[in-house]
Design a binder for this molecule. Structure first.
Ligand SMILES: Nc1ncnc2c1ncn2[C@@H]1O[C@H](COP(=O)(O)OP(=O)(O)OP(=O)(O)O)[C@@H](O)[C@H]1O
Ligand SMILES: [Mg+2]
Length: 264
């Protein structure tokens, strides 16, 4: 039995008010094993967030099903943790309390909350900022809090939706290295959405390249590269060329807005 199985999933959004519908995903089938770091790569609007939301259980597939450990995903669950593009921190809580929020819900002791939070604060490189509030943090630091919070929940699957998209190139690189290090040390299963080929190649064990809308699987590539990844190495650039060629072949003249929507 696979850890995560996505079976022939379609997602169609109906817009009753406008009398239209948008097919976001078409015939998505993929199997993901435990400890994989899967990068979901595709252009804007190809359905990456939609697929992540289906796995998270925020939405349901129109056709098909998603199974985790043999059980159909029908709603949200503590076995899946989400890190969003913009960190959704609680502004009235310190770094430490934001990270330990999940334990507060579980009514853990003060000592346990402090110890657990510290472990993840150290892990993501925020030591010394325990008592800071979100407005006193940089974008990169806020993202670290979001990642630490997701790790502390100890979900078996971490879903990340372009978590580094808003960061400058230096911070982004630093965060990518940090995440790869944390993943290597702690071995979690991660599904990471990105529209950057380089980011997917820096991080993933597997890249799923999605086509334009409706998002279909263009290709699944297993990355055989050492870590830390070197973006100047020949193998990295071979993968990059392969993916860019796939994307170029998928380029078609822009469709008229109307033909993207089918009338119900
Ligand atoms: N809740 C919704 N209701 C209606 N349409 C939606 C909804 N969510 C997404 N869509 C549509 O589905 C398509 C895919 O959207 P999605 O957000 O999954 O794309 P994406 O690949 O994450 O894009 P981006 O890289 O810009 O974040 C888009 O055409 C979008 O308009
Ligand atoms: Mg998105």
């Amino acid at each position: 039995m696979a850890f995560l199985e996505i079976n022939q999933v379609d997602k169609i959004f109906k817009d009753a008010k406008r009398g239209t519908q948008v097919q976001a995903l078409q015939d998505i089938s993929v199997t993901i094993e435990e400890n994989e770091f899967v990068c979901l790569l595709g252009g804007s609007g190809c359905g990456k967030s939609t697929l992540l939301n289906l796995i998270a259980g925020f939405e349901k597939p129109t056709i098909g099903e998603i199974m985790m450990n043999g059980k159909k995903i029908e709603k949200m669950g503590a076995d899946r943790g989400m890190v969003f593009q913009q960190p959704t921190l609680m502004p009235w809580l310190t770094v430490q309390k934001n990270i330990a929020f999940h334990l507060k819900l579980k009514r853990a002791s003060r000592q346990k909350k402090k110890e657990e939070a510290q472990k993840y604060i150290d892990m993501v490189g925020l030591t010394g900022f325990e008592k800071h509030y979100p407005h006193e943090l940089s974008g990169g630091m806020s993202q670290r809090v979001g990642i630490a919070r997701a790790l502390l929940q100890n979900p078996s699957l971490i879903l990340m939706d372009e978590p580094f998209a808003a960061l400058d190139p230096f911070t982004k690189l630093e965060m990518q290295e940090e995440l790869a290090r944390i993943w290597q040390k702690n071995k979690r299963t991660i599904i990471f959405v990105t529209h950057s080929v380089e980011e997917a190649l820096m991080l993933g064990t597997k890249v799923i390249v999605l086509s334009k809308r409706p998002g279909r699987i263009n290709k699944i590539i297993n990355l055989e590269m050492d870590r830390p990844r070197d973006s100047t190495s020949p193998i990295f650039n071979r993968y990059k060329r392969e993916i860019l060629t796939l994307i170029e072949k998928n380029e078609e003249p822009l469709l008229e807005e109307d033909s993207m929507h089918q009338v119900i």
